[in-house]
Design a protein around this ligand. Sequence first.
Ligand SMILES: NC(=O)c1ccc[n+]([C@@H]2O[C@H](COP(=O)([O-])OP(=O)(O)OC[C@H]3O[C@@H](n4cnc5c(N)ncnc54)[C@H](O)[C@@H]3O)[C@@H](O)[C@H]2O)c1
Ligand SMILES: [Zn+2]
Length: 362
Amino acid sequence: MEQIKVELGFDSYVIHVGSGSLAQLSKLRDGMHLSSTALVITDETVGALYGAQVVENLRQAGFHAEMKAIAPGEESKSLAVAEDLYTKAIEMGLDRLSPIVALGGGVVGDLAGFVAATYMRGVPFIQIPTSLLAQVDSSVGGKVAVNHPLGKNLIGAFYQPRIVLIEPNMLDSLPEREFATGLAELIKHGIIGDSRLFAELQQNDKAIWEKDPVMLTRLVSRSCRIKADVVQQDEREASLRMILNFGHTIGHAIERAANYKYSHGEAVAIGMHGAARISRDCGLCSQQTVDQVCDILTKYCLPLKVQGCTVRQLEAYLMRDKKTINGKINWVLLNSIGSAVVKNDIPEHIVTKALSQITIEY
Ligand SMILES: NC(=O)c1ccc[n+]([C@@H]2O[C@H](COP(=O)([O-])OP(=O)(O)OC[C@H]3O[C@@H](n4cnc5c(N)ncnc54)[C@H](O)[C@@H]3O)[C@@H](O)[C@H]2O)c1
Ligand SMILES: [Zn+2]
């Protein structure tokens, strides 16, 4: 079992990673000054697999716990679904010290976190992330949100959980494409902040594909450590936190331009390839670094190139990105594996060249 402390002053919390981490639920009532009613928010798929176990754990710990399952999928991350959840919370009589538990992937985590941040101006929030993406990325850092019909994650807040419990065994039931999406974020954390994690990913692909729980515990906790370190230094994304967007500037453009044919992780993989090429062409990193990025993505069956959109379309979406300010894009680029920088003065022709090298137009 690994424990990662996220130091955010009054909002500090611990991430528990490893088989048996759910046992921490039994200690919640003593340690955290919580009321006895708990609402578990999950989706129908995850709820059917793990809901009963989590509710039972909470009941044994002395909570009156009930579960509410939403339909799986991004469409549920809406104000309308949030309103249903507020209704459930009010009907159950949740008070200001009643915990809301998110049991699921990033959709459930973001939505339940948003409800926890806003119901009665904020109630205790507990994360049990069940997808690899949620375990290595979305459950750490305190960004919670719902989507608006005009854009993703536009309605949200920074709201830290009280505790995060990660059971790698839960990944056994995760579909392969979802697992690969999480791997892209895990690889991203190695590339931007931890060359040792990167080397472990290079060497242990077989054990990772087999979802070896000991290996996953180690890698997930290292990945959480990197994100936690960044978030500790820059909770509200003033500067350093931007490095977590490595691969995402182009990745988001790909998701939209190719009409969501690519999963988030696949789009980010192509985006990381593009960003590595930009880094090399700006003289920041060597060709060897670009090769290392390509090799690891290929090893994990992630794509290097996009098909189904044009360079022009990608450029148009880059300019529309919500993180583009006054026409300037904040590029997260590489010095080497394990070291990233943010630059906003990249010449257009370098970007266009990289985009044309990662796009298969037909
Ligand atoms: N808050 C943040 O910092 C942050 C960061 C990255 C992404 N996100 C958000 O996360 C969301 C994507 O998260 P996601 O990829 O986890 O998607 P998701 O929550 O939709 O989960 C993916 C699918 O896997 C299923 N699933 C999850 N865990 C499972 C398990 N253990 N066994 C079987 N099936 C399981 C879900 O039912 C779902 O169908 C997006 O909405 C994105 O905006 C947030
Ligand atoms: Zn991402």
